[in-house]
Design a protein around this ligand. Structure first.
Ligand SMILES: [Zn+2]
Ligand SMILES: [Zn+2]
Length: 284
């Protein structure tokens, strides 16, 4: 399995590639706009070309783009729903120009009712119809905080069925744990992957977000922790990765960043967990 981090693009996109090279990562996840603002920064062609070339030379893949935080694909407010749809399409188009393999998004916040899932599905279908893969859009499971949708594999499967376009899955370990899937025990892993098989389908899992959790099991809270320093723990992760059904292309860490040493420590921990070889990535 290939390993990587979500890395900052503060300053320039190239920064993330350089940082990934320093760390010796094989995969990379980035935001391509300020994640906490609607304001759009157009990227000059020269910056896009330089990024694509540097990423190829570094042999980084898969390259995942994470949708920024403000769009809410499930919003009950028609204005915000439309704005979110336009933003998704805009980011998907830029991710395509950057030759990203995946664009990862959360289903959104809305009351737990069928119409909410239909809105997410319509938004995703409109975006994918306009910009077919690559990049493939991956829906990420959530911890189910507040009105967050998508904490169960059944819900994610429902969105995919309603959308009726090609979509994949990003499985976040800390979100799954917060949602009540006990990854530390074979029965919890079997429940998660069994529900995935019956819902979205196991072959849809492309990326694992490899994060430990500061929040307890089933707390419906999303608090990432360094690997081995959260409630899942290294023993728990070993149990999780031992399952033969789990065959993602890459595991990407979104662990807290305070010091450079944090990344090295997480990388060492991840390498001790993942014993399957990093298969060549054909698309770079
Ligand atoms: Zn995540
Ligand atoms: Zn999270």
């Amino acid at each position: 399995m290939r390993l990587g981090f979500h890395l900052s693009i503060a300053g320039s996109l190239l920064r993330a590639v350089k940082q990934a090279e320093v760390l010796g990562c094989q995969a990379l996840q980035i935001f391509i706009q300020n994640p906490r603002a609607w304001k759009w920064r157009p990227l000059p062609r020269s910056e896009i070309d330089a990024f694509v070339a540097a990423r190829r030379i570094a042999g980084l893949g898969p390259l995942a783009v994470h949708l920024t935080y403000l769009p809410n694909l499930a919003s009950v407010d028609p204005v915000l729903c439309q704005k979110s749809r336009e933003r998704l399409i805009q980011e998907l188009a830029l991710a395509r120009d950057l030759e990203a393999d995946y664009l990862i998004c959360h289903p959104g916040h809305a009351p737990l009712e069928t119409e909410s899932f239909q809105r997410v599905a319509r938004t995703l279908a409109a975006a994918v119809d306009q910009i077919p893969p690559p990049p493939l859009v991956l829906i990420e499971n959530t911890a189910g905080q507040g009105q967050e949708l998508g904490w169960s594999q059944e819900q994610l499967g429902l969105i995919m069925r309603l959308a009726g376009v090609p979509l994949g899955l990003c499985l976040d370990t800390s979100h799954a744990f917060g949602a009540g899937y006990d990854l530390r025990h074979p029965a919890g892993v079997a429940r998660l992957l069994g529900e995935t098989a019956r819902g979205p389908g196991l072959d849809r899992i492309k990326i694992i977000h490899l994060n430990d959790s500061r929040a307890p099991l089933g707390s419906r809270r999303d608090r990432h922790a360094h690997l081995g320093q959260g409630a899942i723990g290294l023993k728990g992760f070993r149990q999780f990765f031992a399952h033969p059904w789990l065959r993602p292309e890459a595991a990407i860490m979104e662990t807290p960043k305070r010091h450079q040493a944090d990344e090295w420590r997480n990388l060492l921990a991840a390498r001790s967990l993942i014993t399957t070889p990093a298969l060549p990535f054909s698309r770079v």
